[in-house]
Design a protein around this ligand. Structure first.
Ligand code: HEM
Length: 565
């Protein structure tokens, strides 16, 4: 109560509306129980069941509250808890200003092995964990990364060809099944295999959900990473060392978790040494995988940016970790959105047929084809706009910081955590128009009469001047930079933005030039009803299962996969 009172006094100084909640979202016990307890309390009558506690005091409350909180309280408000004050910001200019002032508002990462703090589902937390797998890595380093992999992941050509061939295998697997329920798991397999190739140079054939062999090398690598990710909250609470300790009498599932941690590290050490040997023989030159690049940089004498072996492990893990679920969850969302929107499938297929013709997949070219597939990229932008998987937290670390919000200068006390309100800046009709809540990739494309009129220069692939149809289509920018935060902004944005775009476009091309997806119909259901059912399902099934926003049970809605006529 005393801490809550002190935080309340601090929060009042900011001068914005406050809501007081009794338990911090990051309280470890609460993290495990929040949703269950809240759903029980909600059953109580009147104000007992409907109050700030039941509205704001659980992970992912903002997904359900949607735009209401800011509509009621304005562009900034604070959730006061006994541990932290959480300032929620919905002014796009203020948000982008905050990102640009990276030193005043650093990412909130507590790097302590023994006093790990959860930030409910924020990537900063995923990254803390990774210090334990290696040294500091690109994510937990507070200075702009121990490595700087901006075009830092120099492997987009590899990503393109690997994602195409895996996407093709996945499409054939779904077609052989006809009706399938494994889109979530299969998308995870695909994204993990792309990462494995791009990061380590290891190629694995696609294994559909029912084809998996637990003994294969791919399965062992995937299984260890998946096990770690699925149990990330537990690992964060107790640390990987706890699960790997042979002297503790742990239950077998926890032992398996320890083995997964050890296996992943062993796998990286094996690949590291293999590449080191190749380097010693002078043959690593043509290898553009991430690990080879990091090793090359580490071996250059006098290079200040070279990493130690431990830092390379940390970085490899964090890249695998950060790049795996984000892509997989977004691809899963997109398949469901597309199943509910056959006209968007036609629109994408139209582009794919014009650009790729009937060429076989091995002839699709990253340099010439990727920049022309704007509708495919628009589908990623739109999916990321409406279902932003990664949420970030910044903070005023040591000293009070002032920030202009909605025409007023706020003085933010040190220690205040700041959350950009993604949902508001991404989905409010005042920025995005009346259809802001709808998933509509077409909103990103404009038929251009005068070339680059409304383009942003730093976006990829909007324009080609080859005189055919796609030179007349441009990818539009968001209403302002602060209205689109999917990959973050400023110095600590996603270093793999291009990687994820290339991967996405390649997957969509492999899936939707020749195939189409529909909801598997229930008896007597019309196709319109089936589509509405899919859209309802997407909204109801979205939640923060682990660290990211995702469809919790994609297997509950069967889809049908067939050849496009
Ligand atoms: C569409 C898919 C993706 C989205 C939406 C996304 C989004 C983000 C966001 C918002 C951050 C900043 C997090 C923060 O500041 O707390 C981030 C960081 C990061 N992402 Fe991504 N990401 C995606 C794909 C990937 C992929 C495929 C990889 C790896 C190949 C990757 C690797 C990373 C890494 C290593 C960081 C930490 C960077 C740093 O700390 O400087 N991401 N990502």
């Amino acid at each position: 109560s005393y801490c809550l009172y002190c935080n309340y006094v601090e929060a009042r100084k900011i001068g914005v509306p406050l809501r007081i909640i009794p338990i911090d979202h990051l309280n470890k016990l609460w993290l495990l129980l929040d949703k269950q307890v809240i759903s029980l309390v909600r059953r109580l009558p009147w104000v007992l069941g409907r109050n700030n506690f039941t509205r704001f005091n659980y992970r992912g409350w903002h997904e359900h509250d949607a735009l209401r909180a800011h509509d009621e309280m304005g562009e900034a408000f604070v959730l006061v808890t006994p541990s932290h004050n959480w300032l929620h910001l919905a002014d796009p200019d203020a948000v982008i200003n905050m990102y640009r002032r990276g030193k005043d508002f650093p990412r909130w990462v507590k790097i302590t092995k023994f006093r790990v703090h959860f930030t409910y589902k924020f990537i900063g937390v995923q990254l803390e964990m990774l210090d334990v797998f290696g040294g500091p890595n690109i994510a937990t380093s507070k200075t702009n990364g121990v490595a700087d992999p901006s075009d830092r992941l120099p492997c987009n050509g590899i990503v393109w060809s690997e994602a195409i061939s895996l996407g093709d295998e996945m499409a054939c697997y779904w077609a052989a099944k006809g009706t399938f329920t494994s889109v979530g798991e299969d998308a995870q397999t695909l994204s993990l295999h792309v990462l494995s190739k791009a990061c380590f140079g290891q190629s694995f054939a696609f294994e559909g959900h029912d084809e998996r062999q637990q003994t294969s090398v791919s399965a062992s690598f995937r299984f260890s990473l998946l096990t770690i990710m699925e149990n990330s909250l537990l690992i964060l609470a107790l640390g990987p060392g706890f699960f790997m300790n042979p002297w503790l009498p742990l239950p077998s599932t926890w032992r398996d978790l320890g083995q997964a941690c050890a296996k992943f590290k062993k796998h990286m050490a094996y690949l590291y040494n293999q590449k080191l040997n190749v380097l010693a023989e002078g043959q690593l030159g043509g290898d553009s995988t991430l690990m080879a690049s990091l090793i090359r940089a580490s071996q250059k004498k006098g290079e200040s940016k070279g990493l130690t072996e431990e830092e390379i492990y940390g970085t490899m893990f964090v890249v695998s970790f950060a790049g795996h679920d984000t892509t997989a969850h977004l691809v899963t969302y997109a398949i469901f959105f597309l199943a509910a929107n056959p006209s968007v499938q036609d629109w994408i297929a139209d582009e794919l047929r014009r650009v790729l013709g009937n060429r076989p997949r091995q002839d699709w070219d990253y340099h010439t084809d990727f920049p022309r597939l704007k509708r495919c990229l628009a589908t990623l932008y739109e999916t990321l706009r409406v279902k932003t998987p990664v949420a970030e937290v910044k903070w005023a670390e040591r000293s009070a910081q002032s920030l202009d919000v909605g025409g007023k200068t706020l003085v933010i006390p040190p220690g205040t955590l700041i959350v950009p309100s993604y949902l508001y800046v991404h989905k409010h009709p005042r920025f995005w128009g009346q259809d802001a809540q709808e998933w509509r990739p077409e909103r990103w494309i404009e038929k251009s009469t005068n070339g680059k009129s409304r383009q942003r220069d730093d976006e990829p692939g909007q324009q080609s001047d080859d005189g055919d149809y796609d030179s007349h289509e441009v990818l539009l920018p968001p209403p302002s930079r602060g209205n689109y935060l999917g990959w973050s902004e400023g110095a600590r944005d996603c270093p793999a933005k291009k990687f994820s775009q290339v991967e996405w476009v390649a997957i969509l091309a492999a899936l939707f030039r020749d195939w189409e997806v529909q909801p598997s119909r229930l008896e007597n259901e019309t196709s319109a009803q089936a589509r509405t059912r899919v859209l309802d399902f997407i909204e109801k099934d979205s939640d923060y299962g682990g660290l990211l926003l995702q469809l919790m049970h994609p297997e509950r809605l069967p889809l049908a996969w067939s050849k496009r006529c």
